[in-house]
Design a protein around this ligand. Sequence first.
Ligand SMILES: *[C@@H]1O[C@H](CO)[C@@H](O)[C@H](O)[C@H]1NC(C)=O
Length: 182
Amino acid sequence: MQLKNIILTPLVAATASGFPAAQSNTFGLVAIHSGSGVQNSGFNAAKSSIFTGLPSQNASCARPKEQDATFYINDGALYLYDQSATPQEIFVDRSGMGQGKIGYTTGAQPTPKNSERKGWAIKEDHIQFAGNDLIACPNSIDGAWSIWASAGVANPAGNKDCVGIAARVEKTSNPNGCLYTQ
Ligand SMILES: *[C@@H]1O[C@H](CO)[C@@H](O)[C@H](O)[C@H]1NC(C)=O
């Protein structure tokens, strides 16, 4: 019994951190909707939300000049990549209040009320939530577009001129670890 516990302890510790498996599956995301202002812009993470076209994320990164966010999927949940032990995990709120809001929590922050973690998957090199493509809305902070999940609302939360996008997965073998702002 004692011997078994000694052998298992390091294995459990490595799995709990999640990083050995995650590191080989990291990716950036690029919005695709030809003919719109969001076409080909990379996804960013800042202020507990997801954007494209932010001039500066203001994140604390291993390579600070890069302004694109790096993600990985673990068991259907989507995370922001970092080498530190502070996880930043995406949530989606498809309730009447959230209307498809995508945000992220940092460390031990609880999953917000009415929100979901699991449902992310890559289909033909594009990421989807619950089998649906994402939505981008213009005129967010710093001229960026805010990114939403589909909750059946074409212009969520009072936004205007939102467009459906395909979010193309761009795999990276040398991910930039960042702690993104809350
Ligand atoms: C980043 O910092 C600059 C300078 O303080 C600020 O103008 C900008 O709004 C910040 N962007 C984000 C996404 O926090």
